[in-house]
Write a protein that binds this ligand. Structure first.
Ligand SMILES: [Zn+2]
Length: 97
């Protein structure tokens, strides 16, 4: 019984962190409830993808994340670019202002 309430508490805590980070809070709440400590640690360590810089693939032009080593569309190897594209979060803040 104590274990069940622990699962609920961690599930809710994980869901709240996920929602604040802009991830799926339903999915993370479930993960947090099934793996009480691991789920919360997972969302705390997860990247906030909308804040990451992006860049265009030189081969096919697909916009990839800056940390990607291979293009997710054409598989082209990506060197670290000289110029990056602003993150989705920056772009939406700029267009909102
Ligand atoms: Zn590509």
């Amino acid at each position: 019984m104590i274990y069940l309430s622990l699962c609920v508490v961690f599930g809710v805590a994980t869901a709240l962190v996920a929602r604040a980070k802009g991830s799926s809070w339903v999915l993370w709440g479930l993960i947090g409830a099934i793996f009480p400590v691991l789920g919360l640690a997972g969302i705390l360590l997860a990247r906030r993808d909308s804040e990451e810089l992006r860049r265009a693939c030189p081969n096919c032009g697909k916009v990839c994340m800056l940390y990607d080593a291979l293009c997710t569309r054409c598989g082209c190897e990506l060197a670290f670019p000289e110029t990056a594209i602003e993150s989705r979060a920056q772009a939406s803040r700029r267009s909102a202002a």
